[in-house]
Design a binder for this molecule. Structure first.
Ligand SMILES: [Mn+2]
Length: 280
């Protein structure tokens, strides 16, 4: 979905599916109270990464009742639409159902699940939320973690040096673009996303590493707009805790890759009132 896709001649059923896919967002600056949160992002789950998916299932199964699983985008490698959950044309369909089941098991046990859309799964919609029991977080939103108001974001909005990506980001979040895209048959959407991912990988290899990271100006502006001094985001795959001279703190979540020898993954959790990174 790198290029604009004209709306196809969708049937009434397709149009109904599209309207059902438009989620009810929490308001942009809703305050979410988190008491025992576990933050993760950028798992990039797909059938081709079974060990990573298994690590996610294991984490879900171990979360206690009363905890909150907070997923800050790119849970999935890609999301072609919620009709994935009723499809059987790809191994990724079954994986998607298993992920939704794992999230549902969490919510059924009393572990709240919050999901923010990332750039890869920006089309996560109402059916995904209904079947998983997850609540959708706006990007960005403010969470009160213990007593600290903290800005939560996926992070891609702050990579402002990548102007081509920012133009695409605006388009990918345009409801009219999404509606047109979702009216295409699922197989065509998959093909279009596959093409876009191929282009994206090729482009990334040519981009300066600095362009792929957030800019300090964008982060400072986001914190000022929100009126907070702490934030958590993912997307850049550069896990860190940046404690700045101005007293602000910015946590960056790791991506997950558990297939090869270079295993990595983990997140952030609250221990004794302090955020702490954990590795898998
Ligand atoms: Mn991302």
């Amino acid at each position: 979905m790198h290029e604009p896709t004209p709306p196809g001649g969708g049937s009434a059923a397709a149009a109904a599916a599209v309207s059902a896919a438009v989620p009810v967002l929490l308001a942009g600056q809703d305050r979410v109270e988190l008491r025992d949160p576990v933050f993760i992002s950028d798992l990039h789950l797909c059938a081709q990464r079974p060990a990573t998916a298994q690590a996610f299932f294991t984490l879900c199964a171990r979360l206690p009742a009363g905890a909150e699983l907070v997923i800050l985008g790119d849970l999935f490698e890609y999301w072609a639409g919620d009709d994935t959950l009723a499809a059987s044309q790809s191994e990724d369909d079954a994986l998607a159902r298993a992920v939704v089941q794992a999230l549902h098991d969490c919510t059924a046990r009393g572990t709240a699940v919050y999901v923010m859309r990332g750039n890869r799964d920006v089309l996560l919609g109402a059916q995904f939320l209904a079947e998983s029991g997850a609540r959708l977080l706006a990007d960005p939103c403010i969470a009160r973690i213990g007593s600290t108001p903290t800005l939560l974001a996926h992070g891609d909005a702050y990579c402002t040096l990548d102007t081509a990506y920012q133009a695409f980001r605006v388009q990918a979040r345009d409801p009219r673009f999404q509606t047109g895209f979702l009216q295409q048959p699922l197989a065509e959407r998959r093909a279009l996303i596959g093409q876009a991912r191929g282009q994206s990988e090729a482009t990334k290899q040519q981009l300066d590493m600095q362009i792929m990271d957030v800019t300090p100006e964008a982060i400072a502006q986001a914190l000022a707009d929100a009126g907070v001094r702490a934030m958590i985001h993912g997307h850049t795959h550069r896990p860190a805790c940046h404690r700045e001279d101005d007293g602000t703190t910015r946590w960056v979540l790791p991506d997950w890759e558990l297939e090869g020898p270079a295993r990595r993954g983990g997140g952030l959790r609250l221990l004794a009132g302090q955020l702490q990174a954990f590795a898998l």
